[in-house]
Design a protein around this ligand. Sequence first.
Ligand SMILES: [Fe+2]
Length: 390
Amino acid sequence: MGYEADWTFNYFGPTKVIFGVGMISDLPLEVGSLGKKALLVTDPGIIATGMADQVEAMLGGSLAGVYSDIPQDTGIDIVDQGAEYARSVDADVVVSLGGGSAIDTAKGICILLTEGGNLKDYQGMQLLTRPQTPHVVIPTTAGTGSEVTIFSVVLDKEQGQKIFLFENYNIPRVAILDPKMTEKLPPGLTASTGMDAMTHAVEAYVSQQRNPISDGMALHAIRLINTYLPQAVEDGSDMVARGQMQIAALIAGWAFSNAMVGMVHAMAHSLGAVCRTPHGLANGILLPHGMRYNLEEIPDRMADIADALGVETRNMSPVTAGEAGITEVEALVKRIGMPTTLKDAGVKESKLEQCSELAVTDGAIVYNPRFVMDPEEVLEVYRKAYFGGD
Ligand SMILES: [Fe+2]
């Protein structure tokens, strides 16, 4: 599998996971064990579903306030304002209810509540030296994995770029995966967030920083997503499919929190910053093209991915198997009704050059299995994803 005798790694994934339909009922117990006054961080879409009301009622007297001024991609200003509000209501524990944007906002607030200052002061890697404000996450999508990862991704509007925080001390303490809380996610968002999780799993499995623990999680996540994502898209009330997707997103999150991701994420981050393309949508469209770019570098790994996707690979060479796996990913994207080209996703061709320049400066690209530094090469991959075809 490509691991040498002198090779070392460490694995870190300390989040307590509570899973099951109705298990949201454990929220007051978990919050009570971590603090006295809880700030609820959520977004306007979740408030419209009535789920925020449900959580507020469960928190009762321990609810300090609600911060819901959160757009599709959270920003530095959003986090700074949220922390100011959290301080004004004396919150000592944070509960996030939502997708990646709400969870990452809450992660930022947790740091500012403990350390003070502005979010920009903490841009970077492992800068914190002590545990941060406790955070309980209730995901309403199955994709980001942010409920268990070291990452927060936040838009810097002034620079037109997404900034990253990587902090072991700021991983959420508890993740409550209640499939019921993802039931109202519409089919389009179910599909795109699910493909975000698939991209985490595939990129973690081929990453330069992969390890055997992340390998196992990534391959199992690929199997689960391939099986259950079409079901979850087709029937949002299917609690088995919703639950399995939540588990897949979570273990893919653990995998890439340790192994990191690669060029597909670098390119999706750049499209998000320049064109506001939703993260999961960009990843789902770009993934087969990124896999094709990397195939010759890691054919055995790509064959394993094909195997996890249900391809009969026994009589195939690794490259042929890898190609069959890529075709399988393309078929999945079609089956779940997502756009298959950047053009269909509303991206402007004229922006691709700017995105390519940005993508080669993105932290994720460092872990890509094939060395990539030339924006021209990235542009070629963007063009393939823009027009379709291989
Ligand atoms: Fe992602």
